[in-house]
Design a protein around this ligand. Structure first.
Ligand code: IVH
Length: 683
C-alpha cells in the first residue's frame, strides 16, 4: 500500500537547529490553539529529518528536540496520569507491518495468538474518568505523564455519556474528534460569532476542547479504544483480551468504533491483518470521521504484558499509517462552471499540492453560501482534503497565515455560461434556463458508454449537431434525418449510416440505461439500475411519489423528493423519448406489487455476488461495471467486498485476498467459465 514517506533533508548543524525550532513551534501551536502552520505530513517529514540528523550526529542533539517525546514535547499538564498515555510507533507498508509483527513474535518467543485491528481515529487522546458510573474528569494526554484538565468539555461530546449503564469506576481512554458534519457546524457557528474558521476537524476538536469560554456551541464525538481500572474493582481489565474490553466498554454505553463500517476486528495472522487494513483504507473516503491509519494490537493481555512498553510507545501495538488526506496550499482563484443540469458550481483553483497520492489543482467549493460560510478569500492558505476517489474539497482558510493581501471572491451576478438569470432559491444555484443552458453536456453524458453507448457520437459531433440547431436534447437524436446529417461537415454516407444504426440500436437499451441517460441529479449508473429493477417501467417511475422512491435501496427522505421533482422537470424529454420508440421497460423486472414469480426464477435470486481477478472465456471483455450489470440482470446483488453475507465469489486469474477470505469463510467460489454457464441466458 503506502510507501515509507520521505523526510526533510537537514545538511548541517544550523539547519538542524532551525528545524528543531520550527518543529517545536509547530507542535506548540498544534497542541495549543490548534493552528499549526504545518500540516501533519510536513510536520512528520520534518521530525523524521531531525531524527535522521540526530542519528548521524548524536553529539549535536538539542535538549528541545521533539524526537522521542510524546506530542513533540509541546504540552505539559498538571493532572498526572495513573498509567502513562503513550504514542504509537508507525509502519507504512505491508512489508513494514510484516517485519514489525515478526519482531514482536521474536521478542515473545512465540506467535501472537490473535491481533486486534481497528481504525486510528484522527483526533486527540483523552482520558475520561468515571466514578461509580459517573463521568467526573476529562484529561488530555499532555506530555503522556500528565495532562490538562478539560472537564468543562463534559456534555459537549457525543458518545461520552455523563453516566454509564453500570456504576463502574473506570478510566476510559479514547479519541475526541469532530465528524465532518460536526466540523462544518462548528465552523458555521464560529465564523458566525466573528471568529476565524478552524482549519480542519482535528484542530477544531483540539481548540474547542481546550477553550473554556466560548460564545458559540460545538459538538464533538468520542471513540473509546481502551479501559483501565482506577481502583481494585474491575481487576479483569488487566487480564481480558483487548477485544473483550472493547465489548465491555460498548455495553457500558460509551461509543466505540463497533457501530461504524471500520469496526475493530480480531485476526489470526498478518495476512488477515493486511486484508482488514486494505478494507479500512478502501472505506476511509466514505467515513463520517477522519482516520489517519489502522491500529494493530496484540489482542491478549498476556502478550501485551510480556512485550511491555518503551518510554514512548507500547511494543505490542503499532499504527499502520495511511497517506495524509489533508494539506495546506494556496487558493489562487475561483472558477464558476455550469454543469449538465444547469447547476452553477464554484471550483477552487489551487497551487498544485500532492494529497493522498495525486496532485490536486482544483477542489470543490460546493456553492456560494459555502464560500461565505467559510469566509474564504483569494490568496488564502487553505486546507484541502482528499481521500480515495472522493472529489477534493477546500475545508477552510488557515486564518493565522493571512497577510492582509487577500481579496474577496467574485460571485457571479448572471449565469457564467449563457449570461442569463440565476435561480438562487436553493443552496446550489442554477441557471434559470436549467438543463437547456448546457445541452451539449447533457447530450454528451446521455450517449456515453454507461448510458446509451452511441458510437460515432464524439464531443465534436455533438457540438456540431447542437450548433446546427439539429438537436436541443438527446431525444432529438432519434428523429434525426439522413439528409440532415449528410449536410454536416465531414459526414459521409458511411459514417451517417453507421451513426443512424447506432442511434437505432440505442432505442432498445434497457430502462436502467435510458433512465441513467436522463442525468437525474443524484443518480449514477448503479442507482439507475436499482431504480429500474425496482419499478420495472418508466410509467411506474413517473407515477412514484417520494414515499415510493424510498423503497429503493439507498434512497432516503432527502433524496426522494429531489428525484420526484427532477423526473417531473424531465417530463417533456421523457415524452419525446417514448414517442420516438425508445424502450421504457427493464427486462426481467416486475413492477412493485406485481407477481414476483419471474424474479424468483432468476439464477442469482437472493444472492450477493463478488467478482475478483481477471475474467476469461465469454466474460473476458466485460468491465467490472458490466459484470455487475450481468449479476443484477440475473437477479443477484453485486458487491465489491467479501463478507459473511457473500453467497458467491467469481474468481478469475490473479485473484488475491478476496479469494483467500472467501475460502476462510467457506463461501462458494467458481471460475468465470462456470459463472458464465450459470447466467448464460442473461449474457
Ligand atoms: S491505542 C497504548 N488505539 O493515536 C496504546 N490509539 O499516535 C496507545 N489513537 O495517542 C493508544 N486511534 O491518541 C490507540 N484505536 C486506537 C487509536 C489510537 C487513535 C491515537 C491515540 C494515540 C495516538 C498515537
Amino acid at each position: 500500500m503506502s510507501e515509507t514517506p520521505g523526510s526533510a533533508e537537514i545538511s548541517d548543524q544550523a539547519a538542524y537547529a532551525d528545524a528543531v525550532e520550527t518543529a517545536v513551534a509547530a507542535a506548540a501551536a498544534y497542541y495549543g490553539a490548534g493552528d499549526s502552520a504545518l500540516d501533519d505530513d510536513s510536520y512528520d517529514r520534518l521530525v523524521r529529518g531531525i531524527a535522521e540528523y540526530e542519528a548521524a550526529h548524536p553529539d549535536h542533539v538539542l535538549p528541545d528536540s521533539p524526537t522521542g517525546k510524546v506530542a513533540g514535547g509541546a504540552v505539559v499538564g498538571d493532572v498526572p496520569h495513573t498509567v502513562p498515555m503513550l504514542s504509537l510507533d508507525n509502519v507504512f507498508s505491508a512489508e513494514g507491518l510484516e517485519s514489525w509483527a515478526a519482531g514482536l513474535e521474536r521478542r515473545l518467543g512465540r506467535p501472537v495468538e490473535r491481533w486486534s485491528v481497528e481504525p486510528k481515529l484522527d483526533g486527540l487522546a483523552i482520558s475520561a474518568r468515571y466514578r461509580d458510573g459517573r463521568l467526573v474528569q476529562l484529561v488530555t494526554r499532555g506530555d503522556g505523564a500528565a495532562g490538562e484538565d478539560v472537564s468543562h468539555g463534559i456534555g459537549m461530546i457525543v458518545g461520552l455519556p455523563g453516566r454509564l449503564a453500570e456504576p463502574v469506576t473506570v478510566e476510559l481512554r479514547g479519541e475526541v474528534l469532530m465528524t465532518h458534519a460536526q466540523f462544518e457546524e462548528a465552523n458555521t457557528a464560529r465564523t458566525g460569532a466573528g471568529h476565524p474558521a478552524f482549519a480542519n476537524p482535528r484542530s477544531a476538536a483540539a481548540g474547542s476542547l481546550r477553550a473554556r469560554d466560548r460564545d458559540y456551541q460545538v459538538e464533538m464525538t468520542f471513540f473509546a479504544y481502551g479501559a483501565l481500572p482506577m481502583d481494585d474493582s474491575l481487576p479483569e481489565l488487566r487480564t481480558l483480551p483487548h477485544s473483550e474490553i472493547m465489548t465491555r466498554i460498548a455495553a457500558w454505553g460509551a461509543h466505540t468504533s463497533a457501530a461504524t463500517p471500520v469496526a475493530g476486528v480480531v485476526r489470526e495472522d498478518v495476512a488477515g491483518i493486511q486484508e482488514r487494513v486494505e478494507r479500512i483504507a478502501a472505506l476511509r473516503a466514505e467515513l463520517e470521521f477522519g482516520i489517519d491509519g489502522i491500529v494493530i494490537k496484540a489482542d491478549l493481555a498476556a502478550d501485551q504484558e510480556q512485550a511491555g512498553n518503551s518510554s514512548r510507545a507500547p511494543r505490542w501495538a503499532t499504527a499502520y499509517k495511511l497517506p495524509a488526506t489533508e494539506k495546506i496550499t494556496r487558493l489562487l482563484d475561483v472558477e464558476w462552471n455550469v454543469g449538465r443540469t444547469g447547476i452553477i458550481a464554484p471550483r477552487a483553483v489551487l497551487e498544485p499540492v500532492e494529497v493522498d497520492g495525486s496532485v490536486i489543482t482544483y477542489a470543490t467549493l460546493h456553492n456560494a453560501g459555502d464560500i461565505a460560510r467559510r469566509d474564504l478569500k483569494i490568496g488564502d492558505h487553505v486546507t484541502v482534503y482528499k481521500a480515495g476517489d472522493v472529489i477534493p474539497r477546500v475545508e477552510a482558510p488557515v486564518a493565522h497565515l493571512r497577510t492582509g493581501g487577500e481579496t474577496p471572491i467574485p460571485i457571479p451576478a448572471s449565469c457564467p455560461r449563457c449570461g442569463g438569470g440565476i435561480d438562487d432559491s436553493q443552496k446550489r444555484w442554477r441557471c434559470s434556463q436549467g438543463r437547456a443552458c448546457h445541452a451539449i453536456a447533457s447530450v454528451r453524458y446521455a450517449v456515453g458508454r454507461d448510458q446509451l453507448d452511441i458510437e460515432g457520437l464524439g464531443e465534436n459531433r455533438i457540438d456540431q449537431l447542437v450548433e446546427a440547431g439539429l438537436i436541443a436534447d438527446f431525444a432529438d437524436l432519434f428523429t434525426l434525418g439522413r439528409d440532415e446529417l449528410l449536410e454536416l461537415d465531414r459526414m459521409g454516407e458511411t459514417s451517417t449510416d453507421n451513426l443512424l444504426a447506432a442511434i437505432e440500436g440505442a432505442k432498445s437499451k434497457p430502462l436502467n440505461k435510458v433512465f441513467c441517460a436522463l442525468g437525474v441529479r443524484g443518480t449514477g449508473r448503479s442507482m439507475s439500475r436499482r431504480i429500474a429493477r425496482h419499478f420495472a417501467t418508466m410509467d411506474e417511475i413517473r407515477a412514484a411519489d417520494a414515499e415510493a422512491f424510498q423503497e429503493v435501496d439507498g434512497i432516503g427522505p432527502e433524496k426522494a423528493p429531489v428525484l420526484v421533482a427532477e423526473i417531473a422537470e424531465l417530463a417533456p424529454l421523457i415524452d419525446k423519448l417514448a414517442a420516438a420508440g425508445v424502450n421504457m421497460a427493464e427486462p426481467g423486472a416486475t413492477p412493485p406489487g406485481a407477481e414476483p414469480a419471474a424474479t424468483e426464477a432468476l439464477p442469482l435470486s437472493g444472492m450477493s455476488v463478488v467478482v475478483t481477478g481477471s475474467m476469461s472465456g465469454p466474460l473476458a471483455d466485460l468491465s467490472r461495471n458490466e459484470m455487475n450489470e450481468l449479476i443484477e440482470r440475473a437477479g443477484g446483488k453485486a458487491s465489491s467486498s467479501v463478507s459473511a453475507r457473500t453467497s458467491l465469489l467469481v474468481a478469475g486469474e490473479k485473484a488475491g485476498s478476496k479469494k483467500a477470505k472467501a475460502e476462510k469463510l467457506e463461501i462458494e467460489i467458481i471460475t468465470p467459465d462456470e459463472f458464465a454457464a450459470r447466467v448464460k441466458e442473461h449474457l
